[in-house]
Ligand binder design. Structure first.
Ligand code: ATP
Ligand code: MG
Length: 406
C-alpha cells in the first residue's frame, strides 16, 4: 500500500521572500491528489520540500513515521527510496543516454545486476512510449519525450510515492491523456500515493481523488476533487475557467481600481477569455484500463470522504453523492466489458486451436502494452543540444538553489 504523506504547518521562505506559510495537508495513502495554483505560488518548491531537497523553516513532513524535515541525512536517504519524482524540467543528466538516465536510480539505490536493470529499464521505456530512443541524449529529443523519460526514471524503483511536477507540460493533448491513464493504471497496480502538480484543468477534472490549490502564499483548500470543482471561491472559479478577470493577475496581486475596471468591462459584455465550461458538472474520473486491477484507494477514499462529508459545503456534498453513484455505474460497466472481452477472447483462442483462425483482437493478451503504446519514437529528433537541458542535473535545482541531490 502507498505511504501517507502528512504535512503540518509548513512554512518556506528564501531569505526575506516568503513562498507559502502554514500549509497543512495529508496525501492519503494510495490516493491520487493534484495541486493547482498560479505560476510562482510555490508548487514546485512544495514538491521539493516533500522529498527534503528544500528545507522549510517551520512545520513537519511525516512519511512512514519519520519527520523528514528533522531526520538525519542517512534516514532521509532511506526515505527517498520510497519516492519516484518527475521534476518540472525533467532534470535528466545531459551527458547520459536516456537508458543510463533511467537506469540511474537502480544503479544508485539497488544491487541489481545489469541484466535485471536492463529488463526493468526497457520495460519502463516501453511503458512511456520511448522504445528505440534509449541511446539518445536528452538534448537530442523533443521536450515531450524528455518529460516521458523523466517519468520512466521516476518509476524504475516501483515507488510507493510518486510526485509529478507538470507531467503534461510539453506534451500534446493525446499524449497527456496517455500519461494520465498510465498514472491511473500504475496506481491501480501498485497502490502508490500520487501527487500531480498541474495547470491542466482537464487532468484536474478527471484524474485525482483530491485537489488542492495554492494562492497568495496559502493553501486555499485541499479536499475531495468535488469540493474544489464546485467551489464558489472567486480565485478557484477564475483559475478553473482561465479567465483574466478575477483576483489572479499577471503578477498575482490586483488592486481595487483594477478589479473595479474589470467589473465594468464584464458588465459591458467584454470577454475575459475564459471558458464557459460548467466545472460543477463533475466529469467521471478516469478508470484503470480493462485488465488492470481495481484501484484499492477508491474504497479508502470513499470511507474517508463519508467521514468528512458533513463538514463540506452543501454543493460539494451533493456533487460527491452524484459522482459516487456515477462511478459505481461506470465501474460495473467496465467489469462487464472486461468479462465479455475475456470470454470473447477465450472463444477466439479456442477457434485458433481448432482451425487456425487468427486472433482478431489481441488486446487483452497484453493489456499493458495496449494501454501505453505511443507508437514508439514519435517526435522529430533535434540535431542540436539545448544548453539548459544538457546541463540540467538530477536535483532539479538551478544553480544557486539550495538542496542536496538524491
Ligand atoms: N532555490 C530557490 N532559491 C530562491 N528562490 C526560489 C528557489 N526555488 C524557487 N524559488 C522562488 O520560489 C517561488 C515559487 O517558485 P516555484 O517554482 O515553486 O513556482 P511554481 O508554483 O512551481 O510555478 P510554475 O507554475 O511556473 O512552475 C518563485 O518566486 C521562485 O523564484
Ligand atoms: Mg513549478
Amino acid at each position: 500500500m502507498g505511504v501517507e504523506v502528512s504535512v503540518e504547518g509548513l512554512t518556506k521562505s528564501f531569505g526575506s521572500q516568503n513562498i507559502w506559510r502554514d500549509v497543512s495537508l495529508t496525501l492519503p495513502s494510495g490516493e491520487v491528489s493534484a495541486l493547482l495554483g498560479p505560476s510562482g505560488t510555490g508548487k514546485s518548491v512544495f514538491l521539493k520540500t516533500l522529498i527534503g531537497l528544500l528545507h522549510p523553516e517551520q512545520g513537519s513532513v511525516v512519511i512512514d513515521g519519520t519527520d523528514i524535515t528533522k531526520c538525519s541525512a542517512k534516514e532521509l536517504y532511506e526515505i527517498r527510496k520510497l519516492f519516484g519524482v518527475l521534476f518540472q524540467d525533467g532534470a535528466l543528466f545531459g551527458s547520459m543516454s536516456l537508458y543510463d538516465n533511467i537506469a540511474f536510480p537502480l544503479r544508485e539505490h539497488t544491487k541489481k545486476k545489469e541484466a535485471e536493470i536492463r529488463n526493468i529499464v526497457m520495460e519502463k521505456i516501453d511503458l512511456v512510449g520511448l522504445a528505440g530512443a534509449e541511446d539518445k541524449l536528452p538534448g537530442e529529443i523533443s521536450g515531450g519525450m524528455r518529460k516521458r523519460a523523466g517519468l520512466a526514471r521516476a518509476l524504475v524503483l516501483d515507488p510507493q510515492i510518486i510526485l509529478c511536477d507538470e507531467p503534461d507540460s510539453g506534451l500534446d493533448p493525446v499524449r497527456t491523456a496517455y500519461i494520465s491513464q498510465l498514472l491511473i493504471d500504475i496506481n491501480a497496480q501498485i497502490d502508490a500515493t500520487i501527487l500531480i502538480v498541474t495547470h491542466n484543468i482537464n487532468i484536474a477534472r478527471t484524474i485525482p481523488d483530491n485537489i488542492g490549490m495554492l494562492f497568495r502564499k496559502e493553501l486555499v483548500m485541499f479536499g475531495p476533487r468535488e469540493q474544489l470543482l464546485t467551489s464558489e471561491q472567486p480565485v478557484v472559479k477564475q483559475f478553473l475557467s482561465g479567465d483574466r478577470f478575477g483576483p489572479i493577475g499577471m503578477s498575482e496581486e490586483k488592486d481595487e481600481s483594477v478589479a473595479a475596471a474589470e467589473a465594468a468591462m464584464q458588465a459591458a459584455g467584454i470577454s475575459g477569455g475564459g471558458t464557459k465550461d460548467d466545472f460543477t458538472e463533475i466529469i467521471a474520473q478516469v478508470q484503470p484500463n480493462p485488465g488492470m486491477p481495481e484501484r484499492k484507494a477508491v474504497a479508502r477514499h470513499r470511507e474517508r470522504v463519508h467521514e468528512i462529508l458533513h463538514t463540506l459545503p452543501p454543493n460539494a456534498q451533493e456533487a460527491i453523492r452524484r459522482s459516487m453513484a456515477e462511478e459505481d455505474r461506470l465501474r460495473a460497466e467496465n467489469r462487464a466489458h472486461a468479462e465479455t472481452h475475456v470470454a470473447a477472447n477465450v472463444g477466439e483462442w479456442s477457434t485458433v486451436g481448432q482451425g487456425g483462425v487468427a486472433l482478431a483482437d489481441s488486446r487483452t493478451a497484453d493489456s499493458k502494452t495496449d494501454v501505453i503504446d505511443f507508437g514508439g519514437n514519435d517526435a522529430p529528433t533535434q540535431q542540436w543540444a539545448t544548453p539548459a537541458d544538457v546541463t540540467q542535473e538530477i536535483s532539479g535545482d538551478t544553480p544557486g538553489h539550495e538542496g542536496r541531490t538524491t
